[in-house]
Design a protein around this ligand. Structure first.
Ligand SMILES: *Cc1c(COP(=O)(O)O)cnc(C)c1O
Length: 234
């Protein structure tokens, strides 16, 4: 859990992040809006509620168990995305509170997409209900990281396209540490290309505490911020 630190207030942090995002939007000449997601892993509910009171309306959840234990206390007005590594056997427990999750950003395999599709179908006999997803791209081709390799992206896009209960909304990435800019530029190109191929694609989720302002300059429209908002995780 986060240690108490009198020098660090969520309010001040939030203001600074908003200012940085706005400055980056201006610099990039962007007219559209970038959403700031509060990444809640290891942060207690009271602190999350403080962030919500400041103006945060989008939460990012990493761990299924932690999410299930906290989600009952989140205000209904909040939108929640799942952003963590997912084994397909975790989809079932996640779907116990599925109605609160409006997007799963961390889909890196056909197996996972199929399981999300199957669980959505089971929960909802209403054919109009689908689960929005982002494909997580392992843009640095790192062995240890989740996500699909860039050259396998369209294989997965096509597989997702065949599923009736999953709707592809765009891409998410966690670039190699310290080399964000090079990889943000690659992601921007992949996203532009995806948008011209997939009519429902409108979301590029990239940028974290270290580099969210740069990500905005490269077309990100969701930045996922943990440490810069809540302080160091211990
Ligand atoms: C933890 C996490 C973040 C936020 O990281 P910070 O560096 O603390 O801002 C963003 N995205 C994902 C997927 C994460 O797991």
């Amino acid at each position: 859990m986060i240690k108490d630190n009198i020098y660090m207030s969520v309010e001040d942090n939030y203001k600074r992040i908003v200012e940085n995002v706005q400055a980056a939007e201006l610099k990039a000449g962007r007219g559209d809006k970038v959403r700031i997601m509060a990444v809640t892993k290891m942060v207690d509910v009271e602190r999350i509620k403080t962030a919500i009171a400041c103006g945060i309306s989008l939460l990012g959840e990493n761990r299924v168990q932690e999410y299930l234990s906290k989600c009952g206390e989140y205000p209904k007005s909040c939108e929640i995305h799942f952003i963590g590594g997912l084994q397909s056997n975790k989809i079932k427990p996640l779907f116990r509170q599925h109605d609160r999750i409006s997007m799963i950003q961390s889909v890196g395999s056909e197996k996972l997409a199929r399981e999300i599709d199957a669980q959505t179908r089971l929960l909802h006999s209403d054919a109009n209900i689908v689960t929005d997803i982002l494909i997580q791209v392992n843009i640095g081709n790192e062995e240890t990281k989740g996500g699909v390799f860039p050259d396998e992206l369209y294989g997965l896009v096509e597989a997702v396209d065949r599923l009736d209960y999953v709707r592809l909304r765009g891409l998410m990435t966690i670039p190699p540490k310290g080399e964000s800019i090079k990889y943000f530029a690659k992601m921007q190109r992949l996203f532009e290309d995806l948008k011209s191929n997939v009519s429902t694609a409108d979301t590029l989720s990239m940028g974290m505490s270290e580099d969210y302002a740069v990500a905005v300059e490269y077309g990100s429209n969701i930045v996922r911020v943990g440490t810069a908002l809540f302080g160091q995780r211990f």
